[in-house]
Design a protein around this ligand. Structure first.
Ligand code: GTP
Length: 202
């Protein structure tokens, strides 16, 4: 597939507490687990192109650091995101309790049309689950978010997460609901930034 040959380009940003498994994106882009790196420093960048019903969809994905000290950097990535993947860890009640704070950040920094999906990660650790699925589903519904549970470790639902999101973004784009923000680049887009690492393209 030619890299520049695509029908849609969507910008996706992963957010959520430190340690919840946002690096699950590497499972999707590179098939890697464990990702072989520690906590994300600032922001990490990946690209993957997928084909959905004959249409080529280029996904630009930003994996942001969950640690509080990086918040001012990561907030600047919300504005031009078409979709946000808000992740928590199903084995960590605290990561679920912090979700309202993340929603406040979204309200403050993201555009109005952003599609948000809530992801409960680490379902391979079922015996350690602290957040029951129904509670998370109810919360997601109350906040008009999609909901999915994943395991980056076992690769459960990881591909589905990005494909479902791409389908939803196409659907919204076809209804012209998306903020067509191609002219609003992400911070550093088009410039060589040393802390961004560009990875796989399929
Ligand atoms: N069992 C299990 N462990 C996971 C899963 N996803 C991530 N982990 C582990 O959880 C830890 C944190 O994962 P990361 O992906 O680095 O978490 P993060 O949300 O990116 O953290 P920050 O980069 O600090 O924001 C690592 O030790 C991972 O190996 C999963 O699905 N199952």
């Amino acid at each position: 597939m030619n890299m520049e040959d695509y029908d849609y380009l969507f910008k996706i940003v992963l957010i959520g507490n430190a340690g919840v498994g946002k690096t699950l994106v590497r499972r999707f882009t590179q098939g890697l687990f464990p990702p072989g790196q520690g906590a994300t420093i600032g922001v990490d960048f990946m690209i993957k192109t997928v084909e959905i019903k004959g249409e080529k969809v280029k996904l630009q994905i930003w994996d942001t650091a969950g640690q509080e000290r990086f918040r001012s950097i990561t907030q600047s990535y919300y504005r031009s995101a078409n979709a946000l993947i808000l992740t928590y860890d199903i084995t960590c009640e605290d990561s679920f309790r912090c979700l309202p704070e993340w929603l406040k950040e979204i309200e403050q920094y993201a555009n109005n049309q952003v599609v948000t999906i809530l992801v409960g990660n680490k379902i391979d650790l079922a015996e350690k689950r602290e957040v029951v699925r129904q509670r998370a589903e109810d919360f997601a519904q109350s906040q008009s978010m999609l909901y999915l549970e994943t395991s980056a470790k076992e690769s459960d639902n990881v591909e589905k997460l990005f494909l479902d999101l791409a389908c939803e973004l196409i659907r919204e784009a076809k209804q012209n609901k998306l903020d067509n923000n191609d002219t609003a680049p992400m911070p550093g887009e088009g410039k060589a930034i040393s802390y961004l690492s560009c990875c796989s393209v399929v």
